[in-house]
Design a protein around this ligand. Structure first.
Ligand code: NAD
Ligand code: IPM
Ligand code: MN
Length: 343
């Protein structure tokens, strides 16, 4: 539909396609609510790479960057491509090429038997650190380099401080500047600058190792956690456990400085889960909550809240896939959620 929002769907590999199949009807549902939306299906991933040799071409990347408003992404990773080069060429290129410095990974447990007072948002830097993939394997030693630029660190931390100010909730920076003096030293310096500039925000730093122990012991003591790309990856998977596991965790990446039309990449935190792929048992909740985050980023607040409400409602009514101790298939779980939307 001309002039509307354009969203690219990249299901990817393994359970990525299975959970994407449950998100897709939500796009029809927003159209039924009067939103103008065009969908671009992009079958990128291991199958496409093995069949054609293509991962993500420059032309497809430019189409995504310049003609789409957002991307809904499943997962990448396939045992047939053990070095994962296609995953880097697709997913890391999207995160880095679109300059999506902020990866927001919320953790809000929804199950009745969980601690519902846990409410954490991880702000993970999404373009740098060791993910710059600068390294070498040499005889007798291997080197990985981590790059941290003032620009990306500031973008991530400013977004986290703004969010902490808006929510009036405390912010902690996870770091290892006691060892990583250069990279994490930069993080702490910029964090302290912002703390001085925004004195109303309750902000502190903590060594990441001690933070992880405190997080497991008392997750309710945490609100917003900022971290570099690597630590943020680890912390967000730990937080997923509070919500019931990898199948439950959503994420949204965006660029606060809005360099391109495409400024949203929504994807569940989990991967392609080769151990359960093809069985139709993957939990679609992380994917559907990511879809809600995408709607919110596009300005569709009512649709985002309704979809989140449908997920919470279905879980409260006892809908469970097998990772949650239930027996619903991926499709049955998706239907249990969407039926609450009338979709
Ligand atoms: P994974 O997240 O794929 O799986 C970890 C565990 O969580 C597995 O036991 C899996 O069965 C379970 N799990 C994951 N998603 C689930 C879901 N929706 N419902 C129920 N259970 C679920 O992590 P991994 O096994 O370390 O990685 C597998 C592949 O995925 C690798 O190639 C990895 O690089 C890739 N990966 C991709 C992404 C991504 O595309 N964003 C994220 C993480 C891992
Ligand atoms: C994630 C994944 C990715 C990451 C991998 C697949 C590159 O673990 O999205 O969390 O480490 O960022
Ligand atoms: Mn991860």
């Amino acid at each position: 539909m001309a002039g509307g929002i354009r969203i690219a769907l990249i299901p990817g590999d393994g359970v990525g396609g299975e959970v994407m199949a449950e998100a897709r009807p939500c796009l029809d549902w927003v159209v039924s609510r009067g939103r103008r939306l065009e969908v671009l299906d992009l079958p990128l991933g291991a199958d496409h790479c093995l069949a054609t040799g293509e991962t993500l071409s420059d032309a497809t990347f430019a189409t995504l960057r310049d003609t789409c408003d957002g991307i809904l992404f499943g997962a990448v990773g396939d045992p047939r491509i053990p070095d994962g080069h296609h995953a880097e060429a697709i997913l890391l290129r999207l995160r880095q090429g679109l300059e999506l410095a902020v990866n927001l990974r919320p953790c809000q447990p929804l199950l009745a038997d969980q601690d519902r007072t846990i409410d954490i948002e991880v702000f993970r830097e999404n373009t740098e650190g060791p993910y710059c993939l600068l390294g070498t394997t040499e005889p007798g030693r291997a080197v990985d380099l981590a790059v941290h630029t003032e620009t990306a660190v500031r973008r991530l931390l400013e977004a986290a401080f703004r969010r902490a100010a808006a929510l009036r909730r405390p912010l902690v920076l996870a770091h290892k500047a006691n060892v990583l003096k250069h990279g994490h030293g930069l993080w702490v310096r910029i964090f302290e600058d912002l703390r001085r500039a925004m004195p109303t925000v309750e902000a502190r730093t903590q060594h990441a190792d001690a933070l992880l122990c405190a997080l497991v012991q008392n997750p309710r003591a945490f609100a917003l956690i900022a971290a570099d790309n690597y630590l943020g990856d680890l912390i967000s998977d730990l937080c997923a456990a509070f919500a019931g596991g990898m199948g439950m965790a959503p994420s949204l990446s965006f660029a606060p400085h809005r360099p391109f039309r495409c400024n949203a990449l929504a994807e569940p935190v989990h991967g392609s889960a080769p151990d359960i792929a093809g069985q139709g048992v993957a939990n679609p909740v992380g994917m559907l909550l990511s879809t809600a985050l995408l709607f919110r980023q596009l300005g569709w607040e009512a649709e985002a809240a309704d979809l989140e409400g449908a997920v919470a409602g279905a879980l409260a009514a006892g809908a469970r896939t097998q990772d949650l101790g239930g027996s619903l298939s991926t499709a049955e779980m998706g239907q249990a959620i969407r039926s609450r939307l009338g979709a």
